[in-house]
Design a binder for this molecule. Sequence first.
Ligand code: SF4
Length: 309
Amino acid sequence: MGTGRGDGLSNDKVGYIAMKKVALRESRSILTPQKGGFLFSEPYPFTHTLSPYTGCGFGKTACGQFCYAQFMPNWTNLANAEHWGELVAVKSNAASILKHTLHGMKQSDRAKLRIFMASTTDPYQPLEAKYHITQQCLDVFAEYSDLDLLVIQTRSPLVMTDFERIKQLPYSWLSITIETNDTRFIHRLGGGPLPKKRFEIIQQARLAGIRTQIVVSPCLPYTPSFLRQLVDSGASRIVIDDFVSGDGTGGKRTSASRFVSLANYDWRDSSSARSLYFSLKALGIEVGWSAAGFCGIQPRNGIQQLTLL
Ligand code: SF4
């Protein structure tokens, strides 16, 4: 395992930032079992996560200022002296391991799979345009129609190139992160895919016949039109979250992040996030709060599956 080239393909400029270093790695496994924690929450816990990359090319954009993934062991073990957003490890054998894993499963076990892709990276970060690791994984999933759920979680317009693939998976959901509609706030934090573009992804996905979800996670300061934009998006469900509920440590990870010095408001105050949640609920929109919201997509067979593989 681990070719670990760490070959520093300098100025690999794809999309929003220039990555300083890209490492090609071979992983021993690709589906990470969930045995506790945020994504293993009721009512319908995920059984696994799948991260095609370690590290994230959006790490120097707005979301990288507060991203909890920079505190996770898979990154800290890799990072050495590198800063979040300056190094990404590409799991070059992800698709072949996934194929081997799914092929080796009994059909009854495969039917229980509820996979979140991805919890510690963005599967459609800029490097995906070059390495296509996520796309290769989707091609493997296309060989199986019997999984329970695959949530593809991204903020990146690059996902639109894979709509045909996603659409063909009867268990796929496209989940787009839109933490705020305040473009100025996003710019002030460091930029990245803009809210308008992310709403457009939802709109185009719906037109393509893909099941869609918006996650406002964590909810950042927003302008009054955000509620209407969320309602009009037509997303099938919405998840709202705040920093304290959503960073997995009751706000400790956030308090250790660069965001704290950039935020000009009380980021621990969840009132605006909760106000959005209750307003959507009052309008009859399917909306979930934090972990229960992320884990709120019903199993396809209608039976709650708490037994893990
Ligand atoms: S896209 Fe996701 S994983 Fe990447 S830096 Fe932003 S929040 Fe973190």
